[in-house]
Design a protein around this ligand. Structure first.
Ligand code: MF3
Ligand code: CO
Ligand code: CO
Length: 257
């Protein structure tokens, strides 16, 4: 496995791409309201990325993906395709943004709740964000990549939630998905040691019910929980620094990062 170490120049570009991706999530927040369709959210993000940021929405045409963002509602785990269904009171939605700026990718997602979600849904959203933070806390030079998954799984199972295995975090840079794979669960296989200059995402998908998932055979993209229980995901793009970690996609609201 070869994990690329980014140069200072590349790191500056990753910083900008990460900042832009974070800004799309900040921009879209006031639009995430009851009655809007995920198609409309896609259109607003697309126009903002292309015209305001003069960047490229990475998902559009990525292996044939038809839209500019992913919108994953309720029991959808990830890769939900924006469509004409309206968001309704109590829904939870993950919006996943990836932009390409000057050849480099920034990838980040967060959860939004519409109106009044169930206590269970609120708890899921909160614990899954804590899972991401626990993962980020493991990141520093000399640490093993595998510690991330251990920390995430430990936290999710302490709260009786499950961790999706089939989809992982990933190295990121000039390519959307690079080595390494970043597992969100504990695994026995030996994992690489982190070094300053590595960039990768952590993006745990946490379910209320069982961990198993199902890929929609008709659209080839939408991944749902097999038992149709709720699922929640948060994602950041990270840089390993000499001191520890820099969250390249940090939003202004995240004063805990
Ligand atoms: N943004 C997703 C990730 O975190 C990947 C989406 S691929 C797409 O890796 F084609 F569905 F957009
Ligand atoms: Co990602
Ligand atoms: Co993403």
């Amino acid at each position: 496995m070869t994990i690329s170490i980014k140069t200072t120049k590349e790191i500056d570009k990753m910083r900008l791409a990460g900042k832009l991706a974070a800004e799309v999530l900040e921009m879209i927040e006031p639009y995430v309201t009851i009655g809007i369709t995920t198609d409309e959210l896609d259109q607003i993000c697309h126009d903002y990325i292309v015209h305001t940021q003069q960047a490229i929405p990475a998902p559009l045409n990525y292996h044939g993906f038809p839209k500019s963002i992913c919108t994953s509602v309720n029991h959808v785990i990830c890769h939900g395709i924006p469509g004409q269904k309206k968001l309704k009171n109590g829904d939870i939605i993950n919006i996943d943004i990836t932009v390409i700026k000057d050849g480099y990718h920034g990838d980040t997602s967060k959860m939004f709740a519409l109106g009044k979600p169930s206590i269970r849904a609120q708890r899921l959203i909160e614990i899954s964000r804590e899972c991401l933070l626990k993962g980020i806390e493991c990141v520093k030079p000399g640490a093993a990549l595998g510690e991330i998954g251990h920390a995430i799984e430990r936290h999710a199972s302490a709260h009786h939630f499950s961790v999706v295995h089939e989809y992982c975090g990933h190295g990121i840079g000039r390519a959307f998905h690079e080595e390494p794979q970043v597992l969100h669960y504990a695994d026995k296989v030996s994992s690489p040691i982190l070094e300053a200059g590595m960039t990768f995402t952590i993006e745990p998908m946490i379910n209320v019910g069982k961990r198993h998932c199902k890929l929609n055979q008709k659209d080839g993209w939408t991944v749902t929980t097999k038992d149709r229980s709720l699922s929640s995901q948060w994602e950041h793009t990270l840089l390993v620094t000499e001191e520890g970690v820099e969250v390249l996609t940090r939003r202004g609201e995240e004063d805990d990062l």
